[in-house]
Write a protein that binds this ligand. Structure first.
Ligand SMILES: [Zn+2]
Length: 421
């Protein structure tokens, strides 16, 4: 049996606690062990405790002295669109000049430019660019990523994206969890109601029979898929055994959060425009809100979701990147922590809970990842700082030193790491 002892953290941020999403005051309790350590056996955490206690149990296995760094669970990014081709640099520059979404779309930008490039790419090229994105996540300390399709919008192109997600999961250190988002937008060549039928009658059955997704998501918004169409698609997905996530109330308070409550979705995501009624509907159905401050920031908006009200209502809030080429080109969870604290008035501890254990619970993996506790996978990151609050405080660069998945070091870029280990 191979073992690995991790010793001498400044803070071992375990996030240990009840085996369920954390709510209210629980979100502030990170169960930190000063000068803490862990003993890892065969990729799983065996013992968590003081460095002294771990050292005594280490035997002749490998020892890593992290020399006063912060160690915490690998980030779990519960909302991302990492599989696409190209970028949206021209849109970015046009937006900076003050052009509207309509003007940008008329100039050949917007989601269509990404759909066209992604459709044109073969599976190998799509995989290669997406692998680059996977490395970016890793460098920021993220070890699990929910990955949505949605830039194909034909049966074959959506399946192609989901197969690339499967391959990313198999061939990179990150665990990718697939979500089918065929209802991301209505493609130009289809009438809206006919496209909804295509999603329900052709795409969903293929996705389910080929076991290509765990979740189904819909962009529920005026001009995309209204509440009635979203209900139809998600209802069909549920019958096929998929669990549900919803892009809800991003641009308008259009009833997405209420629909999430009605369908008992796992998550409702975005929620920039959700009101008290929507928050109540999520609470009564135990829907977890996934807040995406990166897209608010990158679009130059000031309308952040009502995180404080959600936490005070007792919702198990999640923070994610929404990594995508249009509205949130950032894979950095530390950047999201910064935005959560400065723009949504969450505490650093709440933001950290929201991006680890609470996120893991939305992906059905709360018993395996998201905290550093005996029996869980040894997925963790070390950071070049002494206090976990520094992750949210310093912004614009990554303090990640090393990243481990199942006890194996899968990335190392810290300034001092070559001298250390
Ligand atoms: Zn999204």
């Amino acid at each position: 049996m191979s073992s690995l002892a991790v010793l001498h953290t400044s803070q071992l941020v375990t996030v240990a606690g009840p085996n369920r999403p954390r709510i209210g005051g629980e979100m502030s309790d990170l169960a930190i062990i000063r000068d803490g350590g862990m003993l890892i056996r065969d990729g799983k955490i065996d013992i968590v405790g003081s460095s002294d206690a771990i050292e005594k149990n280490a035997g002749d296995g490998e020892i890593i002295d992290v020399a006063g760094r912060v160690v915490m669970p690998g980030f779990v990014d519960a909302h991302a669109h990492p599989v696409f081709v190209g970028n949206r640099l021209d849109d970015f520059e046009r937006r900076a000049k003050g052009e509207t979404y309509e003007q940008i779309a008329a100039a050949g930008g917007g989601i269509w430019s990404t759909v066209e490039k992604t459709r044109a790419a073969n599976e190998t090229n799509l995989f290669e660019q997406s692998k680059t994105h996977a490395n970016w996540f890793l460098k920021c300390g993220t070890t699990t990523v929910e990955a949505k399709s949605g830039y194909g919008l034909t049966v074959e192109d959506e399946l192609k994206i989901l197969r690339v997600i499967r391959r990313l999961n198999e061939e990179t250190p990150i665990e990718f969890i697939p979500t089918f988002l065929g209802a991301h937008a209505v493609p130009r060549e289809w009438r809206q109601s006919e496209y909804v039928d295509l999603v329900i009658n052709e795409m969903l059955p293929r996705v389910a029979s080929e076991n290509l997704a765990e979740f189904c998501d819909v962009f529920c918004e005026h001009g995309y898929f209204d509440v009635e169409q979203s209900r139809k698609i998600l209802g069909a997905a549920k019958k096929l055994g998929l669990r549900l996530r919803i892009h809800a109330d991003q641009l308008s308070n259009s009833g997405g959060a209420k629909l999430a409550g009605e369908l008992k979705a796992t998550t409702a995501d975005h929620l920039e425009k959700t009101d008290g009624q929507g928050i109540g509907a999520m609470k009564s159905a135990n829907v977890q809100p996934v807040l995406l401050p990166g897209s608010v920031y990158a679009l130059g908006s000031a309308c952040y979701p009502r995180a404080r009200e959600m936490i005070e209502t007792g919702l198990a809030v999640v923070i994610a990147t929404d990594f995508n080429p249009g509205s949130s080109p950032s894979p950095s969870m530390p950047m999201m922590l910064s935005l959560a604290c400065t723009q949504m008035k969450m505490s650093p501890a709440e933001a950290l809970t929201a991006s680890t254990i609470n996120a893991a619970c939305t992906l059905g993996r709360g018993d395996m990842i998201g905290s550093l506790e005996p029996g869980k996978l040894a997925n963790f990151s070390t950071f070049d700082c002494e206090d976990y609050r520094e992750l949210a405080y310093w912004f614009g660069f990554s303090q990640a030193d090393s990243v481990y998945v199942r006890g194996e070091r899968v990335w190392s870029g810290g300034l001092r790491s070559s001298a250390k280990n």
